[in-house]
Write a protein of this length. Structure first.
Length: 190
């Protein structure tokens, strides 16, 4: 099912927010990456594409969805302590690897590192998302990657609270709904 809804940015992690671009279950399933323009819009909203991209590269939607599926599989496998094939993630990392160089900054009289996208191909545009997953899988505690506890929500988030007791994707939506439902249930039985 496709939609024109705004994608949620609730995960506190770029890779998880990207995985969350498809959410819901059954007939409530929502797809935020409907077409090439919506992929570009998501990358801009996420802050990883600041360059003007008037014409999205052909096929970016297909690659973005394949990348998202591969990222989800890798995350689940890592949490379960199992191997999975990182082919799509590795393809995006390899083909989209940014170009690093140094340039002289005359106003400060120093050399500064500059990182540019290799080009405006799909892989270059999606590379920051794949790199974010690599960081998540290799440097973070995956026990802090959680799924919302609301019965009808499948969104993931990176629990960065001090106590690591975050339960919902968003307190404003699922948290309030679940607390209100629990309150109604208590009143009914009480």
């Amino acid at each position: 099912m496709s939609s024109n809804i705004a994608p949620p940015f609730i995960a506190s992690n770029l890779a998880l927010d990207f995985i969350n671009t498809q959410f819901g279950v059954g007939e409530e399933r929502q797809e935020c990456l409907d077409d090439d323009s919506s992929v570009i819009a998501w990358l801009q909203q996420a802050g990883v594409l600041t360059d003007l991209c008037e014409t999205p590269p052909a096929g970016i939607t297909k690659l973005a969805r394949e990348l998202r599926d591969n990222m989800r599989d890798l995350l689940i496998s890592a949490q379960q302590g199992c191997a999975a094939d990182p082919a799509v993630v590795n393809h995006v990392l390899e083909k989209g690897c940014p170009v690093e160089k140094i340039e002289w900054e005359p106003t400060e009289a120093v050399f500064q590192k500059k990182i540019d996208k290799r080009n405006m191909d799909s892989e270059s545009l999606l590379q920051p998302v794949a790199a974010s997953l690599v960081q998540l899988l290799t440097e973070e505690d995956l026990q802090l990657v959680k799924q919302c506890e609301a019965s009808d929500c499948v969104l993931l988030f990176h629990d960065q609270t001090k106590s690591h007791r975050r339960r919902w994707c968003s307190m404003a939506t699922c948290g309030n709904r679940m607390k209100a439902a629990a309150h109604r249930a208590r009143k009914k039985t009480g």
